[in-house]
Ligand binder design. Structure first.
Ligand code: PEP
Ligand code: MG
Length: 320
């Protein structure tokens, strides 16, 4: 039965051999953060700040932003909270930043790129994050979405330093950033893989289109190879900087094992998936996770990758 396996997550993600894998939560604001803390998340791996301001047609003031972010920080004293700067555009339009008439919104001015067309908004957001962090005990990290080049990562790190934010990172969700991760990591302290967009862009398949669902899965070996490349970029040049995953892939217990075997160091997910992911991770050693990852990485198709991994993880049958 499920309950035999699914012991309540105690707030420490670890493999069978004791290897630690911090399990964090994806949140969209203070309400989610309180729920995630109650579910024993070890911190927040992705605060989607745009969710605090969806539907707004004017830029939120610094005070409004401070209040929104502080509500999240207060739920995690002494814990890491990774704040993502506004990821406007495509599936998350923010009228004060994005242009609804763009012909290809997913390839358009979205995420970090809104800094090209709306200068100042990102600086003000970083200022608000720094102010919100001052009054709390959360360990605040900041990352930019939709980074494509090393230059962009370097520029973002400079803006964070100017705002007094000490741990800058970037999302890896564009294939070019996965390929350039070693270079990018010379400028930032961590990367976080956004597997939802990384899959969309690697497979050239709109993440919102049902008929493309078979293409649009992080089980695609091509996507797993890009994740491998990103982890290798951190191992190269002796960086050994954190490589997280904050896309939906981290919430799939079988895929979570693959990700850890590939070299991912932290997983961030919707809070309700924490206990299932923790249970399955606790059933394998790091050496076993690496063998399981190799099965998926060398599979010719997404379906076969998934079948091979499920066959190697009998605990999944017990989870149902
Ligand atoms: C992602 O792309 O995987 C991600 C975590 O960001 P979002 O789903 O908000 O685009
Ligand atoms: Mg994304």
């Amino acid at each position: 039965t499920t309950s035999a396996v699914l012991s309540v997550f105690d707030g420490n993600g670890r493999l069978k051999d004791g290897h630690l894998v911090p399990l964090l939560a994806n949140v969209g604001g203070a309400k989610d953060a309180v729920k995630a803390a109650a579910a024993n998340a070890q911190g927040v791996g992705l605060l989607r700040t745009e969710f605090c301001f969806l539907g707004r047609d004017t830029e939120p003031t610094i005070d409004e932003q401070v209040e929104a972010y502080r509500g999240v920080f207060d739920a995690f004293p002494g814990k890491k909270v990774v704040v993502r700067t506004l990821d406007a555009g495509a599936d998350k339009p923010l009228p004060f930043l994005t242009d609804a008439t763009e012909p290809n919104p997913a390839l358009g001015v979205r995420g970090y790129r809104t800094d090209f067309t709306s200068p100042g908004v990102l600086e003000r957001q970083l200022q608000a994050i720094a102010l919100a962090a001052e009054g709390t005990e959360a360990l605040v990290w900041v990352m930019a979405p939709m980074i494509s080049t090393t230059d962009e990562a370097e520029h973002f790190a400079g803006l964070c330093a100017a705002a007094g934010l000490q741990i800058p990172g970037v999302m890896v969700e564009v294939p070019s950033a996965a390929i350039m991760s070693a270079s990018i990591l010379t400028h930032v302290e961590f990367v976080s893989l956004g597997t939802n967009d990384l899959t969309q862009y690697a497979m050239a398949a709109d993440r919102q289109l049902g008929p493309l669902a078979a293409l649009n899965t992080p089980w695609q070996p091509a996507v797993l190879q890009l994740i491998r490349l990103t982890a290798a970029g951190s191992e190269a040049e002796g960086h050994h900087k954190p490589v997280g995953v904050c896309g939906e892939a981290a919430a799939d217990p079988a895929l979570a094992v693959v990700l850890v075997g590939i070299g991912v160091t932290t997983l961030s997910m919707t809070a309700r998936s924490l206990s299932a992911v923790a249970a399955v991770l606790a059933s394998v050693t790091l050496a076993e996770a690496r063998e399981i990852a190799a099965l998926a990485l060398t599979a010719p198709t997404a379906t076969e990758a998934k079948e091979r991994v499920r066959a190697a993880l009998p605990i999944l049958a017990e989870l149902g």
